[in-house]
Ligand binder design. Structure first.
Ligand SMILES: [Zn+2]
Length: 512
């Protein structure tokens, strides 16, 4: 007898219909089975269902087939069954999903290293990267270069049973030679050092915490934690070396505020950084910065810092102020202190907070002035002497277009500096305006007398900014470049005369 699961048809040879003898009328060539009740086996999920079948005999193949008759009852049963089955499945899914959510279940991979489980992870790629780094680190520290076989087994686990990096690291380390069970100090979650005895670490920490003398409170700025864990044996410290590690510095990102106009080179060398690194950390900053600019740097900072606070009572100085008074009857460059100034005194009650012994903030509770400070007064002279120093600065910016000496068979009594019209011309030294006006071939001319035998000439100006008799200061703008008088283009004709004898100006001014 054959039962076809796919078509749901039952087939058997005629001779084997014995079982149904009583209810089936057998004919040699044709089998008529108007309606027959058979028990249909084989479909486990549906179970044993009584159903009505038609029996047909195929003469050619000599096979008798029983074909189930789909009647109303059967269809109803089938629909009911499917509906129940679907509902049950939906409910199941809902329950399972609900369990996943409420119990925080997750699909993970159990990591096996050389067949030993080290923990569950959810991201294999991430784990692979981490393990290869850790293996390198352990290899360097322990000299253990043995390659270990890593395999993964799928598992369903609680979310909070997925192992964090710390647990994984500890479990992995236990498989390496040269690790030891010890105590480690962590500052804000960062490993500092390890020791065999917990009391050694606690003692060293206490020595550091209480090293700031008689204070009201003393606490570590960092969150300090001592963990009992596996460490590589080269990270163990003994005796004074524990204190040394706890008092060491580490490199950390910080901010530096420029105290004056500073170049980036200067700042880089202050912090022992490369200029490239400094530029990367401060995109867009120019090669020099102004006072007060905040710059990201790598600073050396203590691994541990102790914050102390103390109540302070006593007399403190009040710094005296400094005043400047300008006096136009006193020669420029001279100054004198007229009031020496004196610090004041006050009685103060305050609470002061220190970090590593340096005051960071203070809260003043009481302040009584015992003696007011007296400001220091300095009088600064502003009167120009009109007497030159004997050294000259270049009177304008431009290129030297003609030197002092013979030119076209004529003596050129000064130098020509080519510059565009309107460029500032400054006094080459302190002096008094001897002439300011038009003078023949010079065009608009300024003559300065320096009171020391020297006079200077500024010719071909487009504009004159000083008047005869005016006292001028070295570097003061006195006129503008032009092309007045006998001139073929805008330039400054500059002469230096000693006792009215023309000199080569380049002997007096640098060639800048
Ligand atoms: Zn000239």
């Amino acid at each position: 007898m054959r039962y076809n699961l796919r078509t749901g048809r039952l087939g058997f040879k005629v001779g084997k219909l014995m079982f149904f003898k009583k209810s089936v009328k057998v004919q040699k060539t044709f089998l008529i089975a108007p309606k027959l009740t058979v028990r249909r086996f084989g479909m486990k999920k549906i179970g044993n269902i009584i159903e009505k079948c038609k029996i047909l005999f195929n003469k050619k193949s000599q096979l008798t087939r029983i074909k189930p008759v789909a009647d109303a009852v059967k269809i109803f049963n089938l629909v009911k069954h499917v509906a129940l089955y679907t509902t049950a499945l939906a409910v199941m899914c809902f329950i399972v999903y609900g369990s996943f959510m409420s119990l925080n279940l997750t699909v993970a991979k159990n990591v096996l290293i050389d067949g030993k489980s080290v923990g569950a992870v959810t991201d294999i790629e991430q784990f692979k990267t981490y393990y290869s780094q850790l293996h390198e680190e352990l290899k360097d520290n322990l000299g253990d270069s043995k390659i270990r076989k890593v395999s993964y087994l799928p598992c369903i686990t609680f979310n909070d049973s997925v192992d964090d990096q710390y647990t994984l690291k500890q479990n992995i380390m236990s498989l390496y030679d040269g690790v030891i069970n010890a105590y480690s100090v962590y500052a804000d979650g960062e490993f500092v050092c390890a020791a065999l005895e917990k009391t050694d670490l606690e003692g060293a920490l206490e020595t550091i915490r209480t090293s700031y003398g008689n204070v009201d409170t003393a606490t570590f700025v960092q969150n300090i934690e001592i963990k009992n864990e596996l460490v590589t044996n080269n990270s163990i410290r003994f005796g004074k070396n524990i204190n040394k590690e706890l008092l060491s510095n580490k490199k950390a990102e910080g901010v530096y505020v420029a105290t004056k106009k500073q170049s980036m080179w200067e700042i880089a060398s202050m912090f022992g950084m490369s200029i490239d690194k400094l530029e990367t950390m401060n995109p867009g900053l120019l090669s020099s910065v102004d006072e007060g600019t905040q710059i990201n740097v790598i600073k050396s900072v203590p691994v541990l810092s102790v914050q102390t606070s103390a109540h302070v009572e006593g007399e403190f100085d009040i710094a005296c102020a400094s005043e400047v008074v300008y006096d136009k009857t006193m020669a420029k460059g001279k100054q004198k202190v007229t009031v020496a100034g004196e610090n004041g005194k006050q009685f103060v009650k305050k609470d002061v907070v220190f970090i590593n012994g340096e005051e960071v903030t203070e809260t003043i509770h009481e302040k009584t002035v015992i003696k007011e400070p007296v400001a220091k007064v300095t009088v600064v002279g502003t009167k120009l002497s009109g007497v030159g120093t004997g050294s000259f600065i270049r009177p304008t910016y431009g290129s030297l277009s003609s030197r002092y000496g013979t030119r076209w068979n004529r003596q050129h009594q000064g130098i020509d500096i080519a510059a565009s019209t309107g460029t500032d011309i400054v006094a080459a030294d302190d002096g008094v305006v001897e002439f300011s006006g038009w003078e023949g071939g010079y065009g608009n001319l300024v003559k300065l007398s320096h009171g020391n035998g020297y006079t200077t000439y500024y010719g071909h100006c487009s504009k004159l900014l000083v008047k005869k008799g005016q006292v001028v200061e070295k570097g003061q703008v006195i006129a503008k470049v032009g092309s007045t008088g006998r001139s073929t283009g805008p330039h400054l004709h500059f002469e230096v005369r000693l006792n009215n004898v023309p000199q080569n100006p380049l002997q007096f001014i640098s060639s800048n």
